[in-house]
Design a protein around this ligand. Structure first.
Ligand code: SAM
Length: 348
């Protein structure tokens, strides 16, 4: 079985080791962060069952063929129609041109193929499609496949939002983490390294009472435009937080230091731009205020390519947490996002 496997640019080595741990494969074609592999197992199913850390996506290839410069669009279209895609299912088309050497953009190809498929009696739609038909072009080879669109949305739930530019890049990271790590929302969240406020905004919108910790300013205009009330306090006012938290959507504590926090919470998010070692040590200090079934989400900014080491070293500095999952999310390709749960130190 052929598959197109993509991964984040900075994580080639880790992605290949991850792939090796999932199946035996041989490489048919490759370009930068894309591999075409012949695998003994259905990788597209495996990534649905258990989201991998470094691999971004794996598409089954149903047909592939050479693209000829002198009949570029025609040879590509033939490859699509010989893929076995059904005429009865509503299709949305996505083209990804990895290293194009032609005058056509991926968008041109989507439009061309879409119109021609319609002429030939296929159902093409932007609204509520059943199948996602993908056309991937690598080194003048065309790889075509299709998958259930709803299934695809499950692993890439932000597809619509990204296309419609509804949320900021920073918010995308957290939305994706919450969805992929299956975090139960609601209760009180502490957002460390909160400014300018994308994550805090999202947390408040998802029903948390939010305590945002950052010395830097929050984007008060955006927060109030979103209908959120914000109260700014200093670290010396922290003892009154138990009352304040139910009066405002977000309490912004202006500090970059550790806070002796007087209440228990459900979620800690940590997106500080400190070195991962420092960031991990700070997070670990808050483990004991997290409820026993609480969660922590932390981004590890990878300042070198030795990603596995970075994760290991960060986790070693958080002995009061257990690492549940690590994931390079599509919206944060230079970072690994960790999902942690407190060991035994959390409250019952
Ligand atoms: C990448 S930004 C966070 C963006 C934020 N998640 C958002 O969605 O808007 C990193 C933030 O971490 C803050 N920061 C760095 N060290 C910190 C510390 N020790 N405690 C709290 N915040 C810190 C910085 O001031 C900066 O605002």
């Amino acid at each position: 079985m052929l598959f197109v496997v993509t991964f984040a640019n900075s994580f080639e080595k880790s992605s290949v080791s991850e792939l090796k741990s999932m199946c035996s494969f041989s490489v048919i074609d490759s370009y930068r962060n894309t591999l075409i592999i012949d695998s003994d197992k259905d990788i597209s199913e495996l990534v649905l069952q258990k989201p991998p850390t470094f691999i971004q996506s794996a598409f089954r290839v149903y047909n592939n063929g050479k693209i000829y410069t002198n009949r570029y669009l025609d040879s590509l279209y033939e490859c699509v129609t010989h893929s076995g895609v059904s005429k009865d299912k509503a299709l949305i088309i996505e083209c990804c041109d990895i290293n194009s050497k032609t005058e056509y953009s991926a968008k041109d190809i989507e439009v061309y193929v879409g119109l021609k498929l319609e002429d030939d009696g296929y159902l093409v739609t932007m609204r509520d499609p059943t199948l996602l038909l993908y056309i991937i072009l690598v080194n003048m080879n065309c790889y075509v496949g299709y998958t259930n669109y709803r299934e695809k949305l499950k692993v890439d739930p932000l597809r619509h939002d990204r296309l419609n530019h509804k949320v900021s890049r920073s918010e995308l990271k957290l939305r994706q983490a919450i969805d992929q790590f299956n975090i139960k929302t609601g209760g009180i969240a502490m957002d460390i390294g909160a400014a300018p406020g994308g994550w805090s905004r999202l947390l408040a919108k998802r029903g948390y009472r939010v305590v945002s910790i950052d010395w830097a300013e929050m984007d008060s205009k955006r927060l109030s435009e979103s209908g959120l009330s914000v109260k700014v306090i200093g670290k010396d006012d922290i003892n009154g937080i138990g009352d304040l938290i139910y009066k405002y959507d977000i309490i912004h504590v202006k500090t970059n230091g550790y806070l002796n926090f007087p209440i228990h919470i459900n979620l800690i998010t940590n997106d500080t731009n400190m070195h991962p070692h420092e960031s991990a040590k700070l997070l670990n200090r808050y483990a004991n205020i997290l409820n026993k079934d609480g969660d922590a989400i932390m981004t590890v900014k990878c300042v070198s390519r030795n990603v596995d080491n970075f994760i290991k070293e960060a986790v070693e500095r958080m002995p009061d947490f257990e690492l549940i999952a690590a994931k390079v999310l599509p919206s944060n390709r230079q970072e690994v996002t960790l999902h942690l749960k407190p060991n035994n130190s959390g409250v019952p």
